[in-house]
Design a protein around this ligand. Structure first.
Ligand code: AMP
Ligand code: MN
Ligand code: MN
Length: 324
């Protein structure tokens, strides 16, 4: 039946799901609302198709995403079993799977569902829609194509992915298709107010304090067009903060009137540095991230770097100036 639907990547992915019996769904490291919402949604859909399915992520879900239906089904790679099929979700390259890559390597059948322009097409089956604002837009179409009933739980998960990757439908990646999916998901039970409260209006005090630190520590250079901020482990320690407590700082730096590029560098527990970059209108920060082995989208990208951070941040600022 599916063969008659044509051979687009989405249809091949639907056929891939129907043809296999046991799956590992892989969310990316430092998971966000899109990779988690999609992974939970697809897991619930595969259960409805009577498939065996496990959802894996190297890191635990940040607290703000624990409201997602089915999030308790998310396991760490050490607790996962081998499966014949694996699907990476919202992972631009294999490195984004982190320790879950071992399960991927053992699977005989692999699929990659994503929306990053930098996707390296690393799977046997690559379903990469670069015009989609979120992987959730792709998974919404996939589940619809599979004719699985999208219930309130699945709708909630997918709506969360749309909300978080579009900054509440405010970024330029938002299209009529994003709004169509969002409207449909609301009609199927996604509660937009509840999802927004969980994600954006339930911050722990440590998160608000870290936002304060980020705003105070930020430096503005190149006529204020570049915002730059480095958060060290000492900053985290001061407020007993976790990684997830720094989510949203980068957006606040970008949202300063003069700023075109915001750069946030966070020291990780093992001495590496996670770099997040955002541009407001035109600069391509993905091109910068790619020079350091990272990726993302033109206006939101990241990479992980090691080494002398003052040298690297100097380089990043020079590259940002050129991009402007
Ligand atoms: P973040 O700044 O971590 O919110 O990431 C912004 C965008 O860049 C997201 O689309 C990420 O998927 C992508 N990204 C972040 N870090 C990396 C990385 N190390 N490699 C590839 N893509 C990344
Ligand atoms: Mn993501
Ligand atoms: Mn995404």
């Amino acid at each position: 039946m599916l063969a008659a639907m044509g051979d687009s990547a989405l249809e091949k992915t639907a056929a891939f799901i129907l043809a296999n019996d046991d799956f590992t769904l892989i969310a990316h490291v430092s998971p966000d609302g899109d990779t988690l919402g999609c992974t939970c949604a697809l897991r619930l859909a595969l259960i409805k198709l009577n498939k065996k399915v496990q959802a894996v992520c190297e890191n635990a879900a940040p607290k703000i995403y624990r409201f997602l239906p089915g999030i308790d089904g998310l396991i760490v790679p050490e607790n996962a079993i081998a499966t014949s099929a694996a699907i990476a979700i919202d992972c631009a390259d294999e490195g984004r799977m982190g320790a879950a890559k071992a399960i991927w390597d053992n699977a005989g059948h692999t699929a990659n569902i994503d929306h990053h322009g930098t996707n390296t097409m690393y799977a046997q089956l690559n379903c990469v829609a670069t015009s989609a604002a979120a992987a959730a837009e792709v998974i919404f179409k996939l589940i619809t194509l599979l004719q699985v009933d999208i219930d309130k739980d699945i709708a909630t998960c997918l709506y969360c992915g749309l909300v978080t990757d579009t900054g509440n439908f405010a970024y330029s990646n938002t299209t009529e298709h994003t709004h169509y999916a969002a409207g449909k998901l609301m009609s199927l039970g996604a509660d937009n107010a509840l999802i927004n409260r969980a994600v954006y209006r339930s911050a722990p005090i440590s998160k608000r304090r870290m936002l304060g630190v980020g705003l105070v520590k930020a430096e503005y250079v190149f006529g204020g067009k570049i915002a730059y901020c480095l958060l060290t482990r000492a900053d985290y320690a001061k407020f007993n903060a976790r990684d997830e407590d720094t989510e949203g700082i980068i957006d606040n730096l970008r949202d300063v009137e003069s700023v075109e590029i915001a750069i946030l560098i966070r020291e990780t527990e093992d001495g590496a540095y996670k770099v997040s970059m955002r541009s407001k209108e035109y600069a391509d920060v993905c091109a910068i991230a790619m020079l350091y082995g990272g990726g993302g989208h033109k206006q939101a990208a990241g990479c992980t770097v090691r080494g002398e951070i003052s040298t690297i941040s100097g380089e990043l600022i020079e590259l940002a100036k050129k991009a402007i």
